[in-house]
Ligand binder design. Structure first.
Ligand code: ATP
Length: 294
């Protein structure tokens, strides 16, 4: 377990990370979520030891030097372009304490895990964005760290690269503790036990996805019309408070009202072509906007 207490960083008199306290339980995955400038990179840099906190503490059970137990993938990793993937991973392993005699074998093992066996002898300068990110994960796990920290691991990737990296992280999640920052919330929804919402350096909300949903989620009906005009016309004629986005109309459900039957009885007498009616929850993105907008 890693316990972070009152973590604070001041730059030029301004608290860019302001009194953060949270716990990373062993074997869980935590997403640090916040808009640009919220303090995510600064927080992760303090955890990895790259920045000294102005205040606060970071403690790991039974460990004096927490830095040895951390694997880190920075937001903009710098791979020496003249090295091959194998040379780079082996070097990182040695720098992180893997004994020289084991480093090559261990590098080969992690490159295999991230699907780069066939590319291990290619120079890193020839790698695509997705391959670089997978190499970044390999170098972060080569010394078998207890805590894996990743700064925006999928933000710069296309959907295929993103899927590959998410699948790798889901596998790693089974035997490591993971902390990653992101502003791509669909990914967080898929692979996270704990969410930390950061706004202007402060933790404004923290908890499991379930807890946060229970606290902030609301249910709505989503009605799909054939056009935006039809959806807007429906909104003006409806007795129910309705919002419109593109060809969809949304009606919030409050205290169980309206029921689907009540809604259908209103819809059925209106002269619109309706393609679909469904009861939906908020996306994590909408919940995030609700939380950080407060
Ligand atoms: N070395 C520094 N000196 C002064 N100010 C800094 C320094 N590093 C970061 N900051 C400031 O601290 C604040 C938080 O920056 P940080 O990079 O941690 O945010 P972030 O949430 O990671 O943003 P992004 O999503 O854009 O990467 C910003 O206002 C930034 O300008």
């Amino acid at each position: 377990m890693i316990r972070i207490e009152h973590l604070t960083k001041v730059f030029s008199g301004e608290k860019v990370v302001n009194d953060l306290s949270f716990v990373l339980k062993a074997g869980t995955s935590t997403a640090l979520i916040g808009p640009n400038g919220a303090g995510k990179t600064t927080t992760l840099s303090m955890l990895t030891g790259l920045l000294k906190p102005t205040n606060g503490s970071i403690r790991m059970n039974d460990t004096q030097d927490i830095r040895k137990e951390i694997g880190f993938l920075p937001q903009y990793p710098n791979f020496y372009p003249w090295l091959t993937a194998l040379e780079f991973t082996e070097m990182t392993g040695k720098l992180n304490g893997v004994p020289s005699r084991d480093a090559k074998k261990q590098a080969e093992r992690v490159l295999d895990f991230v699907g780069l066996t066939n590319d291990r002898l290619k120079k890193t300068s020839t790698f695509s964005g997705g391959m670089k990110q997978r190499l970044g994960i390999a170098q972060a796990i080569v010394h078998k760290p207890k805590l894996l920290i990743l700064d925006e691991p999928v933000s710069a990737l296309d959907p295929v690269g993103r899927r590959e990296v998410i699948n790798l992280l889901k596998q790693l999640q089974q035997h490591s503790t993971i902390l990653y920052s992101t502003h791509i919330l669909n990914d967080a929804e898929e692979m996270t036990d704990q969410l930390l919402f950061l706004k202007k350096g402060k933790l404004v909300e923290q908890g499991s996805l379930k807890d946060i949903r229970t606290k902030f989620d609301s249910f709505r009906y989503k009605i799909q019309f054939t056009s935006k005009e039809e959806a807007s016309l429906f909104a003006t004629q409806s007795q129910l408070p309705t919002t419109v986005e593109e060809s969809y109309a949304f009606i919030e459900i409050k205290d169980g009202y309206p029921t689907m039957q009540e809604l259908m009885s209103q819809l059925i007498v209106m002269p619109f072509s309706i393609l679909k009616v469904e009861r939906v929850t908020m996306t994590l993105e909408e919940i995030f906007m609700k939380v950080v907008g407060q």
